[in-house]
Each structure stands twice: as C-alpha cells, then as structure tokens.
Design a protein around this ligand. Structure first.
Ligand SMILES: *Cc1c(COP(=O)(O)O)cnc(C)c1O
Length: 358
C-alpha cells in the first residue's frame, strides 16, 4: 500500500508529474535542451519573485548549499543556525576550508535581526546565511525583518536556505535583497528528489569570481558561465527527466493553482495542524515563528512516536519522527507541495483515533 506522505520530503507527487518524468530523452547539447532549460528558469524566476538568473543543479539541495558557501566566500562566512540544517551549512563550510563562524539559536527559537546586526557590524564577514524554514524545529525565520537590518550591510552576501519552503511560502528574493536563494525539488515544489535550484545575484557572481578555489562540480560561477555559453545548459549531464517534470509542475503552480492560492493553502493547512497540535500537545517552535510548510510538535504526552507511525502506516499514512536529538521528543507533520486540506484532515482524524489508544 502506498502511504500518504506527511514527511518533509520526499512528498507525494501528482501522477501527471510522475508521468512527465518518463518523457523520452533528448540530447543534452541540443536546441531542445536549451529551450527546456530556458522555460524552467523563466518560470522559476516567478516563483522566487526575481529578475536574477536561476541556476539548476543535478544534486539535491545540499549540493547548492555546499557550492554556494564554498564558491562565494572570500573572507569569512557567518552561519545563523536555528537547527540541524543550519548546523549542516556551517559543517559544509568547515569541510571545504571556508572560514566560518556559527551562531546557533536555542532550538525552537528564530534568528532575530538584532543578532544578525550584531555579527555583521563587526565587519568580519562577506557572506551570511539564514535558514528560511528550519525543517528540524519547524521555525520559519523573519526574513522581512532581517532584510531591513541587512540594508546597513549591502556588501555582505546573503544566502538563504529555502529548501523546505520555496513554492509553499512567499519569498520575494529581489525585494528582500537575497543574493542566493536555494531550494530542492522534493519539498514544496512537489517533485521527486534529485534536482536543486537557486537564484544568484550580480553581486554574488562578481564576488564568486574573486574566489580562487571554488571546487569544480558545485562551482556556481562555472554553472552560470556554462549557461551563458550554451544557453540554459549544464556543464555535465543534467537530470532532464526532472526538467520535464518541473516545467510541467511550474505551469500548474503558476497558471492552474496560482502562487497566491498555493501560499494561502499552505497557510490554511499550517493553521489547522497547529490547532490540532495545541489541542493534544504543544508547539515546539516559538510563537509567531511557526512554519507554514511543516509543524513540529512537542511530544508532551510521552507517546511512542515510532509506534504511532507504525499504526498509522498500516492505515496508509506516514509522518516524521523528530530530527536527530529531537527524536521521540518531538514529531513532525509536513503539509506542503500539493497536499490538500481534505487529506490533511483525514490524517488528523486518524491520529486522533490512534493517540487515544496509546
Ligand atoms: C531537506 C532540507 C535540506 C537538504 O536538502 P536535500 O535536498 O535533502 O539535500 C536543507 N535544508 C532544509 C531546511 C531542508 O529541509
């Protein structure tokens, strides 16, 4: 039996998108490949509200996270972490010999603009990173407020991990002044895993060119330059299957559902899930900073999350245990991509019935 996925990636993919993954192959150095790449990039610019170029990478989102911090940092990066994925970004920098400082908030708390101001005002950094939506703790960071403070430091590049939020929550890249905004296909975009995308600003491109060792496969400047030389193509062989599926899914997101409706649906699902969580348990995320794409719930009843997941698995549903150290202390319900309010309510009804038995 296929389990309906309420985990923060991979997500359930609509049948017509799975079908598009099976489109017959074309040569990756043909005009058709360029046209496909161009179509995908132009539509992605709308999702990110940006005029900046889009880069596509045949890696999951981690590839562009590692590539961006390595190929754009000349001096020193500061990683503002609010959980597991922020910590991973700092680890990526370290393992690539990129000088980095990690500023970690207490888990469940957001990155506040004051702390960004405090660190950037030292003048030590030329890159800072923020996790828009931290998938371990269920925090959605206040990027609009951070954008205000950042105006004082226009020369410091701002990299944003929007892996679990882009296309499910509004991120206006140009208005916010984000230099690199990264996402993967298997989260709110609603595709299978295997491709990641980012926006990249002029400033980021210029600074990256001054970095001596950018690596090879994940060198963002090389990916960009190749796309100029061979329009919208990729330095190595890309997952064309994902390009076909993404092109089709973006038509659906932009022109069938509509971005604003999509964001509103995610918010509605978040509100329903938070209310359910508050009825039985508590939120893990600080009030006012709860994610719109997944809810992390504190296991205040001390139930066995593993057992709960096994029980609902037999009924055709799957949620996520807590991440890392938060395992069994929390659990997570993702409500992203093309999941509908009705199916979410179906899950919550099932959870209601199973929890009383525990
Ligand atoms: C899933 C996730 C990642 C990692 O992305 P992959 O596509 O699995 O490499 C990074 N950051 C956040 C916030 C995520 O949710």
């Amino acid at each position: 039996m296929h389990k309906k996925l309420f985990i923060p990636g991979p997500v359930d993919v609509r049948p017509e998108i799975l079908e598009a993954m099976g489109t017959p192959m074309i040569g990756h150095r043909t005009k058709d490949a360029s046209a496909l790449g161009e179509s995908v990039c132009k539509k992605l610019q709308k999702v990110f509200f940006t005029e900046n170029p889009i880069l596509l990478s045949t890696t999951s989102g981690s590839g562009l996270m590692e590539g961006s911090i390595r190929s754009l940092t000349t001096k020193r990066a500061v990683v503002f972490s609010v959980g597991a994925f922020g910590n991973r970004w700092a680890k990526m920098a370290k393992s690539n010999n990129v000088p980095v400082d990690k500023v970690e908030a207490e888990w469940g708390q957001p990155t506040l603009p004051e702390i960004v101001d405090e660190y950037l005002s030292t003048g030590k950094y030329d890159v800072f990173t923020v996790t828009h939506n931290e998938t371990s703790t269920g925090i959605m960071n206040p990027v609009e407020e951070i954008a205000e403070i950042r105006k004082k430091y226009p020369d410091v590049l701002w990299l944003v991990d929007a892996v679990s939020s882009a296309a499910g929550a509004k991120i206006e890249v140009d208005k916010l002044g984000v230099d690199v905004c990264i996402t993967s296909t298997q989260k709110a975009l609603g595709l299978p895993p295997g491709l990641s995308v980012c926006t990249i600003s002029e400033k980021a491109l210029a600074q990256g060119r001054t970095v001596e060792n950018r690596g090879l496969y994940l060198d963002l400047i090389a990916i960009y330059d190749y796309m100029q030389k061979k329009p919208y193509q990729y330095p190595s062989t890309p997952s064309l299957s994902h390009y076909y599926a993404l092109d089709k899914q973006l038509d659906y997101i932009l022109y069938v559902e509509g971005l604003e409706n999509r964001f509103a649906r995610h918010l509605e699902m978040a509100k329903i899930t938070r209310a359910w969580g508050n009825e039985h348990f508590e939120q893990f995320a600080a009030k006012g900073y709860e994610s719109n794409t997944l809810t992390t719930i504190k296991n205040t009843k001390g139930i066995s999350v593993a057992d709960l997941n096994k029980r609902i698995g037999e009924l055709g549903y799957m949620i996520s245990n807590g991440y890392g150290d938060l395992k069994e202390k929390t659990f997570r319900i993702a409500h992203m991509a093309d999941r509908t309010v009705d199916v979410l309510k179906e899950l919550l009804d099932v959870l209601d019935k199973e929890i009383v038995k525990m």
